[in-house]
Design a binder for this molecule. Sequence first.
Ligand SMILES: Cc1cc2nc3c(=O)[nH]c(=O)nc-3n(C[C@H](O)[C@H](O)[C@H](O)COP(=O)(O)OP(=O)(O)OC[C@H]3O[C@@H](n4cnc5c(N)ncnc54)[C@H](O)[C@@H]3O)c2cc1C
Length: 479
Amino acid sequence: MLQTDVLVIGAGAVGTAITRELAKYDLDVLCVDKNEDVGGDCSKSNSAIIHTGYDAAPGTLESQLVVAANPMYDQLTKDLDIPFERIGAILPALNEEQFEKLPSIKEKAFKNRVYDIEYRTKEQLLAMEPELSPEVLGGLYIPRESIIDPFLLVVAMAENAVMNGARFLLSTEVIGMEKENGKVTVVHTTAGDIQAKYVVNAAGLHCDDIAEMVGKNDYYVNPRKGQFYILDNNTSCKVNHIVLPIPTKLTKGKLMCPTIHGNMLVGPTAEDLTDKTDKAITAEGLASIKADVEKLIPGVQLRDTITQYAGLRANRNPEGLNIDVYDDIANYVNLSGVRSTGLTASVSIGTYVVEMLKSIGLALTFKENFITKRRGIPLFRELSRAEQDELIRENPLYGNIVCRCETVTEGQIVDAIHSVIPARSMDAIKRRVRAGMGRCQGGFCGPKVIEIIARELGVDAESVCKRNKEAYMIASKVK
Ligand SMILES: Cc1cc2nc3c(=O)[nH]c(=O)nc-3n(C[C@H](O)[C@H](O)[C@H](O)COP(=O)(O)OP(=O)(O)OC[C@H]3O[C@@H](n4cnc5c(N)ncnc54)[C@H](O)[C@@H]3O)c2cc1C
């Protein structure tokens, strides 16, 4: 039976941040996930914004953790080589009613100790964002709202955890837990049983299923779907900031912002569902994004869409981010309600959970040799000519462009396949080096990527999957 000091269930942003934080101590740490790769479910389908927490409900754990997390990203993204930019957000008021709300939004930000939120006039906003509706009356500017590569955030934290001795067991679903004398004794998984001194539930949308396994079913989670458009890099109507509507009582509303790699992101919807697998893109959802975002940015070119996607927020009922320990289960930490700001909060949740584990008895001794720095695979497209030449000289595979839309080389793909946490699926490659992320969405490079994965792993092309095992790329041989 596999044994470990701490077992973390879930390798999304939250689970990997906790795993990395634990890897700073002399401990054996194991993180399991049902997916074939790290990256989570919700953590790979969101708006990719590192929030300041200006609009969180004051006094809540979510406010505390999001506000604490934002400043952590300057150092973390440098240390782990993650694309990150503090582009700032603007909230333009488009009518008198919205304009009157600005002082209360600012007051709320102050209650959350976000003091760098400032008023901007109509003229200032239009100078900052020329595509903004000319109806704007004025608005707020929040300079520390930032954008990140959400895929690389999770991959980088996971890789850094592995560099420091943590282990990841993927394609491994937790299916049950046994308790004895007020402790979790055995965790049953599809890859066998695991004995852990401490267990952390960071299973996102499925955290209620895990909690139920230990009899803590005092809440349930429903998915709140968010659909998005992604526009081509070359779209004519672009914004420079995160452009957000004035929120209503019901929703934060739909935004437009650049992604860290230069596409335009438009959305999301907020639809409460019951089916935890429903990631369908719907005509109604897309129409509602168009109607709302055109009010803010009238010239948005949705015909430049290269893809659409949907993510499922883990909406806790009753609501709220909770991190719980229990008198009657001495070695278990339960996270729930990590809903709309969990990408941001993941890093502070990591440190918070380690303190909670300490409070229930986990002995923590700092590792003397913790490795803080991790270097990612070079983004060939963003290098200078001289740097590209240098790379090609070192490794000629960097001279072979496989993905033409995103200028991704064979060298990058091969490096991803043999990286610290090997990329074995099409999506794992896409998330690490962007092959298939561009205008043709893998139409041209897909077959080539399949070939490279098969060659490097020594497997048949037919066994290469898009993501988890059931999603084969090749159905059968025709001839
Ligand atoms: C539309 C939308 C927009 C968002 N925008 C932002 C944003 O801009 N900024 C921000 O900070 N946050 C945003 N969020 C929220 C953020 O994405 C989430 O809060 C965060 O990703 C949650 O991370 P997680 O690790 O808890 O969950 P996940 O990423 O879902 O990871 C949970 C993991 O647990 C695994 N798991 C589940 N059950 C089991 C099991 N039985 N056995 C093994 N493994 C299991 C899953 O496979 C999954 O990998 C957004 C979310 C959505 C949907």
